[in-house]
Design a protein around this ligand. Structure first.
Ligand code: SAH
Length: 360
């Protein structure tokens, strides 16, 4: 069977819906051309490596096969509906998904490269009280194309920029969209794809224990865990997920986590005034993390419209940091970026973060 026939036969169902090639991992693309799997590799490279959006640009694919493919498949990106630029250079991109939902990602300039912070879900089910995304509730998991587009779009829209890091710290809980996030990581780091090194990809999670148990085996990316409190009572009050996965179990799981060589887990700790910011909290944090290869990232709360919590004052933040500095644990304060456009950690809510009135 010719390649064209293979494409035809695989998609000759009477209910023809176009397939989105941007939604296919390497295995699926190879299956499209099971007589000539190298065609799948070529197409993989066009879509994920070169970022083309028109099947007819695939110049190493025979014309007849391109025509056949174009009858059955598209390369479809979510629409970019808004790009906001912060005074510090951070940019927030809002995408409209095919079903109308809005997701956001953030581009962060570093000294000589850029990082992309991507969303893994529309909305979020976790209900953390300090996070604006939580106010949306859970809408749905993002598909592969919707995650890949958040990296491919900026890479190809801004060829003068070097995008080196991808962090899954945008909207949603990446470990609750596990298979798709793993697929996306494999494509991102593929030598035929955008070639983002796995060392420069980080997943941030609130601590979904069953998934943490497989993640280190399934991929070798960096891990960040949102801890945010040192007792179950305090943590459950701000992160309901604690009731399902208590702190001691989370810490035990992290102790068993298979880390790539010489790497440390990042522990994210959002400082909330009067809730988790005392010297006692800092000391308990040191005890809790004893024996773990970690670095602590302190993040004073980024407020958003309607948020009832507050960040501690600078003196309190510095005192907390000093306690940790006196211990063997590495600590840093996260430089907040993009607060003025609600693009910092926990401020993403697809227009709702602007008071719920924004329409695109
Ligand atoms: N669900 C994942 C990823 C999204 S949240 C997770 O929980 O890690 C990404 C990071 O932003 C987390 O560390 C979270 O604790 C932090 N965060 C959420 N809301 C915040 C806010 N308002 N201010 C500062 N950091 C916040």
């Amino acid at each position: 069977m010719s390649g064209a026939q293979a494409v035809r036969s695989r998609f000759s169902s009477p209910v023809t819906t176009m397939i989105n090639l941007l939604d296919q991992n390497r295995e699926n693309l190879n299956l499209l051309f099971d007589d000539k799997p190298y065609r799948g590799s070529q197409i993989f490279n066009w879509i994920y490596g070169k970022g083309i959006r028109d099947i007819h640009q695939m110049s190493n694919i025979p014309g007849q096969l391109r025509d056949e493919l174009a009858k059955k498949a598209v390369i479809s990106y979510p629409d970019v509906v808004e790009i906001q630029r912060s005074s510090d250079g951070t940019e927030k991109i809002a995408y409209r998904l095919a079903d109308g939902h809005i997701i956001e990602s953030v581009l962060m300039p570093e000294k000589d490269h850029w990082s992309v912070c991507v969303s893994s879900q529309a909305g979020c089910a976790m209900g953390c009280t300090f996070c604006c995304t939580a106010t949306l509730g859970f809408i749905r998991n993002l598909g592969l194309a919707e995650i890949m587009a958040q990296v491919l779009y900026p890479i190809h829209a801004y060829p003068e920029r070097t995008f080196r890091n991808v962090v899954f710290m945008g909207m949603g809980e990446p470990l609750l969209n596990y298979d798709t996030v793993i697929d996306a990581i494999r494509i991102l780091s593929d030598p035929d794809g955008p070639r983002i090194s796995k060392r420069r990809i980080t997943i941030s999670t609130c601590g979904i224990i069953p998934r943490l148990k497989t993640l280190g085996r399934d991929t070798e990316v960096g891990l960040a865990v949102s801890l945010n409190a040192v007792t179950d009572a305090t943590r459950a009050g701000i992160m309901p997920v604690t009731r399902k996965y208590p702190l001691t179990e989370l810490i035990d799981t992290l102790k068993g986590y298979q880390l790539p060589n010489r790497r440390r887990i990042t522990i994210e700790y959002v400082l909330l005034k009067g809730i988790n910011d005392s010297i006692l909290d800092a000391r308990q944090l040191i005890r809790l993390l004893h024996g773990l290869k970690v670095k602590v990232n302190l993040i004073p709360l980024n407020p958003w419209p309607g948020c009832t919590l507050e960040p501690p004052d600078t003196t309190t933040v510095l005192a907390f940091e000093e306690q940790l500095k006196d211990s063997p644990i590495a600590v840093m304060r996260r430089k907040e970026k993009g607060n003025d456009i609600l693009a910092a950690c926990g401020q993403l809510a697809g227009g709702k973060s602007h008071g719920g009135t924004k329409t695109y």
